[in-house]
Ligand binder design. Structure first.
Ligand SMILES: [Zn+2]
Length: 363
């Protein structure tokens, strides 16, 4: 029998905490060994395909947040390695404001006690991630400048938290293991953090709120492709929640910006004043934006058609129960039940007069 070489998914990283500067070892997941697949509309991966030699085949989502055991700072691994890489917020200023806000916050010790994010006390990776995710949100929200401006990251953290809740709902194994502990944890944290989002929907709504604020105020949002991407994630989250109108609004903004950007890129290319590299970068970004918009548009159209069909079926069922034969009266029944005009007209179409062609055919 041949010996199988096993690959570990973990890559140890020793790094100084961006807040207290203590060095500590964390674990990163090797990105080249797996692919995340079958994403939800809001991009939650439903499947992870690992290189077959890898063991254990962990869920990479559960290694996204790093926690400093010296000062209890919690953030995603990218932020740990380069905090506030773009934009105006400096790590120095953030550190100062964070310390000041948390010192003044009478609830923080209690929040910390409930979330207890140290890896030693929590054996389950999943529950540890929920704790870390909540703590990372709490700490970022504590800093006014981050909460009111540089808050795209908070939006992303709320989205991830919603993903974890959906993980529990969509797997029996996870539901059996984590449903009750999560409910208990959220119940406890609510007492010391009354504004905490408790349901998947509230978490998604918070994500949308912070993406909106970031879109309008963050210094990081400095390019059109980035504006397009944020509008698209807002659209995706809204569509995930079934809010088709809100999703469409964000999608329309993204589409308009992508079209404008593509035509600017074309114009610049014709003018020939930019370098070949710059033109190349711009046209690549433009066509990528257009295709990203197209992806979300396809999702929107499918959902819209499915909703129309569902509503049409409901309308037809309702009409079956009625003895009314007058066309306009039948339409009124549907209108009075709040059906959209589109559905009303589809369910009670105008009676066609025979066209000449049909007249001849039936002759
Ligand atoms: Zn620290």
């Amino acid at each position: 029998m041949s010996r199988v070489t096993r690959l570990t998914p973990f890559q140890p990283v020793t790094i100084a905490c961006p807040i207290c500067e203590h060095e500590q070892q964390h674990h990163k997941i090797k990105a080249t060994l797996y692919t995340e697949k079958n994403r939800d509309i809001d991009l939650r991966p439903r499947r992870v395909d690992w290189n077959p030699k890898v063991s254990p085949k962990v869920d990479p989502k559960l290694y996204y947040f790093w926690h400093c055991k010296h000062c209890n700072f919690c953030a995603d691994y990218v932020f740990y390695q380069s905090p506030f890489k773009e934009g105006n917020m400096s790590p120095m200023r953030f550190r100062k404001h964070l310390a000041k806000s948390l010192d003044r916050d009478p609830n923080f010790p209690a929040v910390l006690a409930v979330l207890d994010p140290s890896s030693e006390s929590e054996k389950s990776d999943f529950m540890r991630t929920i704790r870390r995710n909540l703590l990372a949100i709490y700490e970022l929200e504590a800093v006014e400048e981050v909460r009111d401006r540089e808050c795209l990251q908070i939006g992303a953290y709320y989205l991830r938290l919603a993903w974890l809740i959906r993980d529990i709902k969509s797997s029996k194994m996870k539901a059996d293991r984590y449903k009750i502990p999560t409910r208990n944890l959220l119940g406890k944290i609510r007492k010391v953090w009354p504004k905490v989002a408790l349901t998947e929907r509230d978490m998604l709504m918070q994500a949308v709120k912070y993406y909106h604020i970031g879109l309008n105020k963050s210094q990081v949002v400095s390019t059109t492709p980035m504006e397009i991407q944020i509008n698209l994630i807002i659209a995706r989250i809204q569509l995930q929640m079934g809010a088709l109108d809100e999703g469409q609004k964000a999608l329309i903004v993204a589409k308009k910006k992508a079209t404008q950007f593509a035509s600017i890129a074309q114009k610049k290319e014709k003018e020939g004043r930019l370098s070949a590299d710059d033109i190349d970068r711009m046209t690549t970004a433009a066509s990528k934006s257009v295709s990203l918009v197209r992806n979300v548009e396809t999702i929107f159209e499918k959902l819209r058609d499915a909703k129309l069909e569902r509503k049409l079926n409901e309308a037809m069922d309702l009409l079956k129960e009625s003895t009314e034969t007058d066309l306009e009266a039948r339409r009124e029944i549907l209108r009075s039940k709040g059906f959209e005009e589109k559905v009303v007209l589809k369910a009670c179409p105008p009676i066609k007069k025979k066209g000449l062609l049909e007249f001849l055919k039936s002759g």
